[in-house]
Write a new protein. Structure first.
Length: 297
């Protein structure tokens, strides 16, 4: 599965934008400014999942294992993102973007560490193997730096649109055990805070429209297949508990009511607009609401 992700990443045209590190600082990109009050701020968090139910998401096996499967992608995925962005650090002239890169790396590093702890709790010794689904992509040295950055831009948009839908409708978090929802709400907020960083770096070093949109198609296929594989493998351990109505509950949740997967399609399509920028959708109110409910964050 990890090899498949690497294959999907390779093959993007490597001409036009540089395939390596720019040799001189790039001009600051024209970009939509983040809304006032949005700060990319790493937070030290503590999560305790003791005493929570086996199927902590609405009592449903498929929903629970789907979310846990996504978590398996984060530790190595976040490292991939940070490395892809920092490769171009010396090509960036804009001091504000440089500051954002540093904060982005700190947030993603914390996400990876917390999700690894979470994954070990879920899968024990098998967690490392699950995480390697994304790790194989990270270790594939045949992927050109600009393609790694384009993949990061695509996947960062994916995490941002998942976060946006999750934060917008309280029905998602309310269906989770509160101890688990706190992890996912925190992660969603920080993904929203830094949703434009990789995109702005990509623009600054000359990344183009065709590369980023082609990579979005490839990363979408890879992410769907990887998430399905991980969910399926986790569910294999639950096979004695599973009934057809559990699978139907997952389909209903994703496509009918509340329709999580259906509702993110417009955001996915928006990425293909030539003039797209992540902060053209101002959802900073979702960050503010989370912070207001947690003084000091």
């Amino acid at each position: 599965m990890g090899h498949m992700l690497s294959t999907l990443t390779n093959g993007t045209a490597s001409h036009g934008a540089s395939s390596g590190l720019a040799t001189s600082p790039a001009r600051a990109p024209r970009r939509a400014a983040a809304p006032a009050g949005v700060e990319i701020r790493p937070r030290r968090m503590h999560f305790d999942f003791e005493g929570t139910a086996k199927y902590w998401f609405a009592g449903e096996p498929f929903l629970t294992r789907f979310v846990e499967g996504l978590s398996m992608l984060f530790p190595e995925g976040e490292r991939f993102f940070v490395e892809a962005v920092q490769h171009y650090r010396s090509a960036i002239a804009d001091p504000e973007l440089l500051r954002q890169i540093q904060a982005f790396a700190a947030q993603e590093g914390t996400h990876g560490a917390e999700h690894h702890k979470y994954n070990v709790r879920v899968a024990g010794k098998k967690a490392k193997g699950y995480e390697y689904v994304a790790g194989m992509l990270r270790e594939d040295t045949t992927i050109a730096p600009i393609d790694r950055l384009a993949a990061t831009v695509a996947l960062e948009h994916f995490t941002a649109m998942l976060a946006d839908e999750f934060l917008q409708d309280p029905i998602y978090a309310s269906g989770m055990d509160p101890k688990h929802s706190e992890l996912w709400l925190w992660h969603a907020v920080e993904e929203t805070e830094h949703k434009a960083v990789a995109f702005d770096v990509y623009c600054a070093v000359g990344g183009g429209y065709v590369r980023r949109t082609t990579m979005m198609c490839r990363m979408t296929a890879g992410l769907i297949l990887s998430a399905a594989y991980l969910m399926g493998d986790l569910l294999w351990n639950d096979r004695k508990d599973l009934r057809p109505e559990h699978a139907w509950a997952f389909v209903r949740w994703g496509f009918l009511s509340p329709g999580f997967f259906r509702k993110i399609v417009p955001s996915w399509l928006d990425f293909f607009r030539p003039g797209f920028h992540p902060w053209q959708k101002d959802n900073s109110n979702l960050i503010a609401a989370w912070k207001a409910a947690r003084p000091g964050t």
